[in-house]
Design a protein around this ligand. Structure first.
Ligand code: ASN
Ligand code: ZN
Ligand code: CA
Length: 331
């Protein structure tokens, strides 16, 4: 068995290189030997086990249509690969758990299943095929989101309820977004929207908006004493909004052709420090200062300590972290 590089055409990522493995018995397995041996499996409508490892005769995978069952596998494998590369490049982290061990991915879960999820028990990501099995939940930001749940579980362990649950969800949106920008893929350019490719609402709108989370009709833009009562995918809005403001600043802005307009709680103006520094601060806080019970006040304290470690107390970056939290009413 030898490490190889195939070519795949996904539904969302266009034509991309894929890490594959030449099988002893001929053909190729969708096993990424260069990235811990990440495998992509076909559940073929099942909801348990691993189904069948994707295998192909000529190392050319998928065709961009959902008629070809390899297409969703291309996106899932590519998403796992880019996420692996992002953690290595940005944070010198060797895999989600930091031990060089790969997760694995399963696609075609159930029938018209409109979700994707990380499971700590299998150390794996699972993807449904979406509404009418027409839009698999395998876009890059969703893959990065799900795999980042594995990072959170392996580090801070943020409990998946109340405010810590919102921070857990936001961590996945933040790094899913960072992965999408890192990929620099012209078929799926980076943005501050989550799930803009998968048409999960059936009307073309994204699942979540980081510049103004309430645009989804349910997420919180600002902290309040009752924010922890919301579903964790809505209380995450406060930290998603913080991350957007810290990266890009308040007010109107266009990035990669997408226009944003980010408000602040008190009408203050926030000047961004750029997404890369914002991601460094979040990662350091998550892996050093956050615990299973960290709440929004604790996230403010932890990211300030992280910014002081990385850029110095009283640095522009430190002051921007304080200003961005204040702008989402975390004081
Ligand atoms: N896709 C969802 C998520 O990763 C699944 C869930 O509700 N846990 O957050
Ligand atoms: Zn999630
Ligand atoms: Ca996105």
């Amino acid at each position: 068995e030898a490490i190889d590089t195939g070519t795949g055409t996904g539904r969302y990522s266009g034509t991309v290189p894929l890490g594959t493995t030449a099988a002893a018995s001929g053909g190729y397995d969708l096993t990424d030997g260069g990235r811990g041996g990440h495998r992509t499996y076909d559940l073929n409508g099942g909801t348990s086990g691993t189904g069948t490892l994707f295998h192909d005769a000529d190392d050319v995978w998928g065709d961009g249509t959902v008629n070809n069952r390899q297409t969703a596998a291309v996106d899932a494998a590519y998403g796992a690969a880019v996420t692996w590369d992002f953690y290595k490049t940005a944070f010198h982290r060797n895999g989600i758990a930091g031990d060089g061990k790969a997760a694995y991915s399963r696609v075609h879960y159930g029938n018209a299943y409109v979700n994707a999820f990380w499971s700590d028990s299998c150390f794996c990501m699972t993807y449904g095929d979406g509404i009418a099995n027409a839009n698999p939940l395998t876009s890059l930001d969703v893959a990065g989101h799900e795999m980042s749940h594995g990072l959170t579980a392996a580090t801070a362990g943020l409990r998946y309820s109340r405010e810590s649950g919102g921070l857990n969800e936001a961590t996945s949106d933040i790094f899913g977004t960072a992965v999408e920008f890192f990929a620099d893929n012209s078929a799926d350019a980076g943005d501050y929207l989550i799930g803009e490719k998968i048409d999960i609402n059936g009307d073309g709108t994204p699942l979540r908006h980081m510049d103004r989370p309430s645009k989804d009709g349910a997420s919180a833009d600002y902290w309040s004493r009752t924010v922890g009562r919301l579903d964790v995918h809505y209380s995450s809005g406060v930290a998603n909004h913080f991350f957007y403001l810290l990266s890009e600043g308040s007010g109107a802005k266009t990035v990669n052709g997408v226009s944003y307009n980010s408000p602040t709680y008190d009408g203050s103006t926030v000047t961004g420090i750029g997404r890369d520094k914002a991601a460094q601060i979040w990662y350091k806080a998550l892996t050093t200062y956050f615990t299973s019970s960290t709440d929004y006040a604790g996230a403010r304290a932890g990211t300030l300590r992280a910014a002081a470690d990385l850029y110095g107390p009283g640095s522009a970056e430190y002051n921007a972290v304080a200003a961005a939290w204040t702008a989402v009413n975390v004081k």
